[in-house]
Design a protein around this ligand. Structure first.
Ligand SMILES: O=C(O)CC1=CCC(=O)O1
Length: 248
């Protein structure tokens, strides 16, 4: 799989991979990259079907998405890296911690869906809608879940990022989310994990993230107040120090 990635920071520094949300691409990490790149070789990548990565026909699975990251590490000859992922990117991080523990140094999983067995049709319906009507049909609703109404920054670049996402890539990743169950392997995770959730996330409600902290050995949990789903973008002043403290 040909994944697009952008590298920033010293080539000989410890590596941190950044994995994005469903519908987003590596540019969503702009509020983090310069801060992290002072100490790390930062590699922000696009999941398959997203950004400038290859777009095979779906459905995809979490094994596909996680396997792509292992392949990226192999291609770049990186034995071990830390990983920060939000949303679907956070699920990929939990998958790496379970399936490729030797490749993972430290993990930050932000608002990660971990088990969608109770309502897979939310995701299969969204996949069908995007295949039929494009990502423009879900953009307003997505921005409404990603940001609280009092977040007053210009959201046009974020809207454009969603519009730019491949319809097939978005739909195929919805199908990966629809079949997620990462719960059984949580107890076997050995990497140091920081879990971050927010008090007002309608996409991945905090009630689904908080319990993960007692399942993952030694995990640390942070709950960000007055924040919705895309907290790395809306609350970077709070998130960036947490990332630096955990990754150091
Ligand atoms: O609801 C959304 O659009 C956000 C989201 C939930 C899981 C994911 O990867 O993205």
């Amino acid at each position: 799989m040909r994944l697009n990635y952008v590298e920033t920071g010293p080539a000989d520094a410890p590596v941190v991979l950044l994995g994005s949300s469903l519908g987003a691409n590596q540019t969503m990490w702009a509020p983090q990259v310069d801060v992290l790149a002072k100490r790390f070789r930062v590699i922000a990548f696009d999941h398959r079907g997203h950004g400038e990565s290859e777009v095979p026909e779906g459905p995809y699975t979490i094994d596909d998405l996680g396997g792509d990251v292992v392949e990226l590490l192999d291609t770049l000859e990186i034995e071990q890296a830390s990983y920060v992922g939000i949303s679907l990117g956070g699920s990929v991080g939990l998958w790496l911690a379970q399936h490729a523990p030797e490749r993972l140094h430290r993990l930050v999983a932000i608002c990660p869906p971990s088990n969608t067995a109770a309502n897979p049709e939310v995701w299969t319906d969204r996949a069908a809608q995007v295949r039929a009507e494009g990502t423009q049909s879900i953009t307003d609703a997505t921005l409404g879940r990603w940001f609280l109404p009092d977040f007053k920054e210009d959201l046009e670049p974020v809207r454009q990022m969603l519009l730019d996402c491949s319809d097939e890539g978005y739909a195929a990743c919805c199908e990966a989310v629809s079949a997620l169950n990462l719960l059984p392997g949580l107890k076997d995770i050995t990497a140091p994990v920081l879990l971050i959730t927010t008090d007002s996330d309608q996409s991945v409600p905090p009630e689904t993230v908080v319990p993960l902290a007692s399942e993952i050995p030694g995990a640390h949990l942070e709950i960000i107040e007055n924040a919705a789903h895309l907290v790395t973008y809306s609350h970077s002043d709070t998130i960036n120090p947490l990332l630096l403290a955990h990754l150091a």
